[in-house]
Structures are given as structure tokens and as C-alpha cells.
Design a protein around this ligand. Structure first.
Ligand code: CMC
Length: 429
């Protein structure tokens, strides 16, 4: 039996049968409902797309009520525990885990595309001395489209794969150089003997030593953070990648749009805001007054709440555990004590309980990044490096989805109509 919804339009008394498929109705079917033959069809008003599915996807599954996150069907907890970031990237892009041969080829390909054209270096050196690294990353990724004009041939499967490998490979190089620029330090070239994440740390922190060797526990922790950020279905930046990608532009331009979306404080910028908040609170004694400010609507508890999770964000749980490993190497971040107490108080407070506000991925990640000595402006860059395989997996899916069209939402027009234009001389007379 096909499932359907019966809608009665009380303006006309007419009834419509709207088919339900995969738990959704097609908005276009509602468009057939009209008050009169020549009237516009019924539209769906949904600012922020809170209840609008924009695509069918097989990349990432989230059950926000139960706090479940799976990439291609694999629970995030298992991937964080047993996989590597590059293996997870392969899984997201290709849809299944790699064989040994496939994995080795993938790691080899990514490793040997970490270098960028020397002109990219010159271009990045041209930024102001205090340029925000996220702005530099966004511009540099967009600029890659000019170095690989063939990237525009998005119908060509081999070409798509080439750009995907390039982008995952070059993102740490661009991210690290954005960081070094602000510090006035020379750019460090990739070291292809190192793993993806160890090489990133080398490009960030190497000085005069012939080889930079990061503590393995730190490499593992950062690799895990990349895994946790690798995809999150139709979030703001992924929606930006898909929306811009739907114009059939090259993937560098589409991902640059995603980086722009991630830059914002309500998305990737939240962990920076968490640290500022913790610093402002200053000590455990000040928490009750801060919570009161939040409840009175004067503040927002940054790192809490999520559009999808109405339960503890599963990524926050894993990051909270990773804090211990990192702090074992770097020493404890004193802000951790305030964060733990803040979480405890908020989780027992009726305001947060009633609204199902739990810690999200950003509540603890900033503390770890700070322990690595990253300045807050770099946090979002780290998020972007982790999210790149997800953006690309979603973009790849979009390019092969026959149902997709250029993104072009409707509006409900509220402005004036049919005004007569009066020339300036008369209006200003
Ligand atoms: N502190 C205090 N109140 C909050 C918070 C918060 N962090 N988040 C939501 N609320 C309240 C909100 O005021 C509203 O209350 P009321 O019903 O009385 O008006 C209710 O909870 C529902 O909130 P909303 O703003 O309608 O929820 P949303 O789905 O539009 O927003 C959010 C989701 C993540 C933007 C929001 O929770 C927020 O601003 N959180 C703080 C910023 C943050 O941590 N962002 C990182 C998100 S996770 C990383 C990522 O995916 O990018």
C-alpha cells in the first residue's frame, strides 16, 4: 500500500492526496494546491530549513534524539577508536572501507599531492600580516580553481577523483601556512615520510630541526578530532557546498563557499566563542551568575545546544575523553575545571533540560586545541580540514544525483508593488 497524506484546502473545500515516500512529501506536490486555477501554488515557508529535506543521501546518518552519528553506517565511536582520518575519508568518499591495496594507494595518492604550486605560496604571502587564517584558507582554496581549470569538468569521474585527492591532500598545507603567516614564520614544506596528521603538525610547528617529530599521543588525538568532524550531513557549510555546487561550478569554488559558512560563530566558530566565554567566567564561583544571565536571555551558553542533537552530542563524549590524553602530554588546561562545572550545573538546570540543550562538539574541542598552542583563530581551520572529506563526499553525491537541480528557494514577497518611479530632480525638489 502506498502511503499518502490527505490535505483539505479549507479555502476551496477541495481534497488532495499527497504521496508519502521515505517519511517525506514532495514540496512540489503541495504546489499543486491552489486557491484558484490562476493563483500561485501553496508554498512551504521554512527559514533555516528546519524541516525541509534538500536531498537523498547515503553518507551520514544522525539520530539527534538518541545521540547517534554514523558515517556510511559505521558508528562514530568505533571509527574514532579504531580507524584513521584518511581511512574515514576513503569511507566517506567511496562508500565502503578500503582493502589493504586500496588503502595504501589512497594514502600514497594523498601524500604525494600535499605540495602546492609555488605561486600559491606567493599569493598567501601577500595577505596582511594579521589576516585571519580562515579567511586565508577560504581564499586559497578558491584560488586552487585557477590552478586546476580542468576541475570544472565535473561530469568526468576520473577528474572528480583527482580534485578530491588534491583537495584533501592540500588542505593541511594551506591551513598550516595560514597559521605560519600570522606568526611571521617561514612556510614549512610537506614531509612525505610522515602520516597525514603528523605532517600537518610538522608544517605548523617545525623550526630549525631537520625533522619534526610530534608526540604520538598528540598525533592520535588530532587525527581523532579530524574523524569526529569529517561529516555531519546537511549542516550549514555542507548545505553551502551543495547549494553552490548545484550550479555545476568546480569543487574548489564550492568548498570555498563551505569554508565561508563554517567561518561563522554559530557554526564552526563556536569553539572559539566557548573559550572566550570560559575566560570571561574566570572561576567556578562566577558560574551561577553567568547561568542566570543565560536564562534571562542576556547570554548564550556557547558549546551547548544543537539543531539536530536533542541529546548529548556523541562527538562531545569522545572529545571529553581525548582531553585526558592530550592533557597528559601538555598539562591540564585550567579552563577545563570551569567547563566541567558549567556542564554539571547546566545539565541539572531546568532551563537547559526543558530545551534539551546538551554539550555539542565545540564545548571541549577548544580546550584541546588550546593545549596544542593553537590560537583561537585556528580552531575553525582545524574544523575545515576535518570536514573536507565530508564536503567532498556530499558534493560527489550531488553530482551523480539525477533528482538534484540548481538550488533556488522560493520567497514570500512582503514588499511594495507597482510603485511609479519619480526622477531624482522631482523627489529632491
Ligand atoms: N544557550 C542558551 N539558550 C539556548 C542555547 C544556548 N547555547 N541554544 C539554544 N537555546 C535556547 C533558545 O534561546 C531557544 O529558547 P526559547 O525556545 O525559549 O526561545 C531554544 O533553546 C531553541 O533554540 P534555537 O536557537 O531555536 O535552536 P537552533 O536549532 O536554531 O540553534 C544552535 C542551534 C546550535 C545555533 C544554538 O543552540 C546555539 O546558538 N548554540 C550555541 C552556539 C554553538 O555552540 N554552536 C555550535 C553548534 S555544533 C557545531 C556545528 O555543527 O557547527
Amino acid at each position: 500500500m502506498t502511503e499518502s497524506l490527505t490535505v483539505r484546502d479549507n479555502r476551496t473545500g477541495q481534497e488532495y492526496d499527497v504521496p508519502i515516500a521515505d517519511g517525506a512529501i514532495k514540496a512540489a506536490d503541495l504546489g499543486k494546491i491552489k486557491a484558484a486555477d490562476d493563483a500561485p501554488g501553496l508554498a512551504v515557508y521554512d527559514p533555516g530549513f528546519v524541516n525541509t529535506a534538500s536531498c537523498r543521501s547515503s553518507v551520514t546518518y544522525i539520530d539527534g534524539d538518541k545521540g547517534i552519528l554514523e558515517y556510511r553506517g559505521y558508528p562514530i565511536e568505533q571509527l574514532a577508536e579504531g580507524s584513521t582520518f584518511l581511512e574515514v575519508a576513503y569511507l566517506l568518499i567511496h562508500g565502503s572501507l578500503p582493502s589493504k591495496v586500496e588503502y595504501e594507494q589512497w594514502v600514497h595518492d594523498i601524500t604525494y599531492h600535499t605540495f602546492v604550486h609555488e605561486n600559491v605560496k606567493g599569493f598567501m604571502e601577500g595577505f596582511r600580516y594579521d589576516a585571519h587564517p580562515m579567511g586565508m584558507l577560504m581564499a586559497s582554496v578558491g584560488a586552487l580553481s585557477t590552478f586546476y581549470p580542468e576541475a570544472g569538468m565535473i561530469q568526468d569521474a576520473e577528474n572528480r577523483q583527482m580534485q578530491i585527492v588534491r583537495m584533501i591532500a592540500k588542505m593541511p598545507t594551506l591551513g598550516a601556512w595560514s597559521f605560519r603567516h600570522a606568526q611571521g614564520k617561514p612556510f614549512v614544506y610537506p614531509d612525505n615520510d610522515l602520516s597525514y596528521t603528523a605532517n600537518f603538525l610538522s608544517m605548523l610547528f617545525k623550526m630549525s630541526e631537520s625533522k619534526y617529530e610530534a608526540d604520538e599521543r598528540l598525533v592520535k588525538a588530532l587525527d581523532t578530532l579530524f574523524i569526529l568532524h569529517a561529516d555531519h550531513e546537511q549542516n550549514c557549510s555542507t548545505n553551502a557546498v551543495r547549494s553552490v555546487g548545484s550550479s555545476q561550478v568546480d569543487p574548489y569554488s564550492a568548498v570555498a563557499a563551505g569554508i565561508g559558512a563554517l567561518y561563522g560563530p554559530l557554526h564552526g566558530g563556536a569553539n572559539e566563542a566557548v573559550l572566550r566565554m570560559l575566560r570571561r567566567i574566570g572561576s567556578k564561583e562566577n558560574i551561577p551568575a553567568f547561568i542566570k544571565g543565560v536564562k534571562d536571555g542576556n547570554e548564550r551558553l556557547m558549546g551547548f545546544g544543537h539543531r539536530v542533537y536533542k541529546n548529548y552530542d556523541p562527538r562531545a563524549k569522545i572529545i571529553k575523553k581525548a582531553c585526558d590524553d592530550v592533557f597528559e602530554v601538555t598539562g591540564v588546561n585550567p579552563l577545563l575545571e570551569i567547563a566541567l562545572e558549567l556542564e554539571k550545573i547546566a545539565l541539572e538546570d531546568e532551563y537547559f533540560v526543558k530545551r534539551k540543550l546538551y554539550p555539542n562538539v565545540d564545548f571541549y574541542s577548544g580546550l584541546i586545541y588550546e593545549a596544542f598552542q593553537f590560537p583561537p583563530e585556528m580552531f575553525t581551520v582545524l574544523f575545515a580540514i576535518g570536514r573536507t572529506p565530508g564536503w567532498l563526499a556530499q558534493w560527489l553525491e550531488l553530482t551523480q544525483d539525477k533528482e538534484q537541480k540548481i538550488a533556488r528557494p522560493k520567497q514570500l514577497y512582503m514588499g511594495d508593488r507597482g510603485l511609479d518611479f519619480t526622477p531624482r530632480e522631482q523627489r529632491w525638489a
